[in-house]
Design a protein around this ligand. Sequence first.
Ligand code: HEC
Ligand code: HEC
Length: 343
Amino acid sequence: MLLLLALVGMGFGIGPAGRPYVFPALSTFPAMPLPPHPITIEGVALGRRLFYDPILSADGTLACASCHHQQHAFAASVRFDTGVSGVLQPRNTLPLFNLAWAGSMFWDGRAATIEEQVFHPVRNATEMNLPWTQVAQRLNGDQQYRAAFRQVFGNRLVDSTMVANVVGQFLRTLLSYRTLYDRVIQGLDTFDKDQRMGYELANDMTRGDCLHCHPIDDNPLGTTFLFSNNGLDAAPAAFADKGRGAVTGRAADNGKFKIPSLRNLAYTAPYMHDGRFATLADVIDFYSEGVKPSPTIDNKMEFVHMGGAHLSATEKRQIMAFLLTMSDTAFVTDPAHGAPQPW
Ligand code: HEC
Ligand code: HEC
């Protein structure tokens, strides 16, 4: 009872009209980690509205969706996005899907949870630049938002925790699980020859060697979500952005970034934390012949001593064919994730 009161006090209470949101069954995925608060149809709908509404930015020009575009799996098509102040973001915009399984948020993991992450872009001076007290004032002054928040949390003044809670609820519904690859691992479809060969190469430690960091056989998430230095640069360039090291303060973490998923690559170019590769072919060329040693390089980069895996043109084509089977057209066109109708 005390715990329940505490949760309600933190803005995590279920509202009078909250109907549970039902997630799809994901039989091949690990169990989905859930937050301590309920996820409701009303909460998700409200979070979706806020995600697409520039009301969360200082000058009312920028929404979450201004940088995170559904047709790009909620990533961006530019190398660096621009915030309200016209300042370029220092890193490439991350796609948004299957976030519940990630141990932490951002390329460097500096936010521990999805809900905590939501606090960052709003108050960040170079992103949306709005103090949370003003966010709360704006939303409390808006009849429609007041009513929608009441449906989720009961009759309370809107606060930042409630905003983070509902935007987080929406983010948790962004699930990518409807690809050719998913159908194949469920035995419902088959790869063609190139796709099958590419799958085997990616899974083969002695050839493509992608599996340690981007598992695909026993884990359909396409990443371990660990932090790693995959050899993009030699020192000192490898540490120009310290990545995980700037968060932990440990030199051993310098130059490490969160391993991204192999899903939806057809939509998320450019690639890497600094968007340095414009095409997937560039990425495969890098793993084949562009890998550079540095003091923190991941020892699971098996071919660093020879600068990469040295794949043949055929092998590169096959790996590309396989990677594209993990792109999810249903996800990037799902109307449930798009901009909502006006009130
Ligand atoms: C100005 C562009 C911009 C805006 C506006 C923006 N984002 Fe982002 N978002 C980014 C960038 C860039 C990153 C990667 C930053 C990093 O990792 O250092 C990111 C990362 C994230 C992540 C982490 C994903 C992961 O896999 O770790 C989430 C979640 C996210 N944004 C959600 C949001 C939400 C919710 C909003 C609105 C409240 C928002 N973003 C507004 C550019 C933006
Ligand atoms: C030792 C771990 C490791 C191995 C092995 C590895 N990767 Fe990566 N991969 C990473 C990390 C870390 C990043 C992000 C690096 C960064 O941005 O600084 C990444 C990024 C990527 C990206 C960019 C994704 C995006 O959204 O920007 C693609 C594509 C990719 N890897 C494909 C592959 C393929 C294909 C293989 C096998 C040929 C492979 N990786 C092997 C760790 C690894």
